[in-house]
Design a protein around this ligand. Structure first.
Ligand SMILES: [Fe+2]
Length: 248
């Protein structure tokens, strides 16, 4: 799947642009909900700092990844034939890997994984296919929560915990460091990310300080199960590469 993508397709897929589009026009859209929509699980100040504003180096906000990706592509790709290289080979290009990953991961998180508090619940808003896959893999929703919570808690330093699906529609849990994701060749466990839980401190420190576990517990109240179900459907239809994670 993603392993076979060329860099043009990779970057296009990462940011939802057509493959023929310029490398240097990535932007992070405005959030499709109010900053306080996920209160009290995620506070408004964190939502603003995390998604849009650059204040200090500590707050690596999502919009910055678009700018840095543009810069990295300009300096790294020109004249080097990198458009012919695979995603697997791009693992060595740290600036592209980190910023393309950061842009894609935060796109998924903000636009496809979060829903305003109280707007969606599990199992009511999850598709029958997704619920069946979760039950098959974990035995119950509660066991799924334990598995992804343990993965998120176990990330040493900064990274992400993921619900992923393989090419046969089987779901599982994994974690990646920094801004890597399960689409990358470096990932320990590969698959299509359906749900990403950002456990960088910038995602929770303002409200929770070092209490990552409380942030993780609150995440379950703001999950966009309808969109996660749609993503799962694209995996089953083998259309995941066409997903635009930056589209609200
Ligand atoms: Fe983040």
């Amino acid at each position: 799947m993603a392993r076979a993508l060329l860099v043009a397709a990779l970057v296009a897929a990462l940011a939802g642009h057509a493959a023929a589009a310029s490398f240097t026009n990535f932007t992070f859209p405005a959030l499709p909900y109010d900053a306080n929509a996920m209160e009290p699980s995620i506070d408004a100040a964190t939502m603003v700092l995390h998604s849009t504003r650059y204040t200090t180096a500590f707050f690596t906000h999502a919009a910055t990844f678009a700018t840095r990706l543009n810069d990295a592509l300009l300096t790294s790709c020109k004249g080097q034939g990198l458009h012919k290289k695979s995603l697997y080979e791009l693992n060595t290009l740290t600036a592209i890997r980190n910023n393309a990953g950061g842009l894609w991961n935060h796109g998924l998180f903000f636009f496809s994984n979060l829903a305003p508090t109280g707007s969606q619940t599990y199992p009511a808003d999850a598709s029958p296919a997704l619920k069946a896959a979760i039950n098959h893999a974990f035995g119950s929703f509660e066991r799924f929560q334990v598995a992804i919570s343990e993965a998120a808690t176990g990330v040493f330093g900064s990274g992400w915990a993921w619900l992923i699906a393989d090419g046969r529609g089987r779901v599982g849990i994994t974690a990646t460091p920094n801004q890597d994701n399960p689409l990358m060749g470096v990932a320990r466990t590969r698959g299509s990310p359906l749900l990403g839980l950002d456990v960088w401190e910038h995602a929770y420190y303002l409200k929770y300080n070092n209490r990552r576990g409380e942030y993780i517990a609150g995440f379950y109240s703001v999950i966009n199960w309808r969109r996660v179900s749609q993503l799962y459907a694209t995996v089953l239809a083998r259309d995941f590469d066409e997903v635009d994670v930056l589209k609200p």
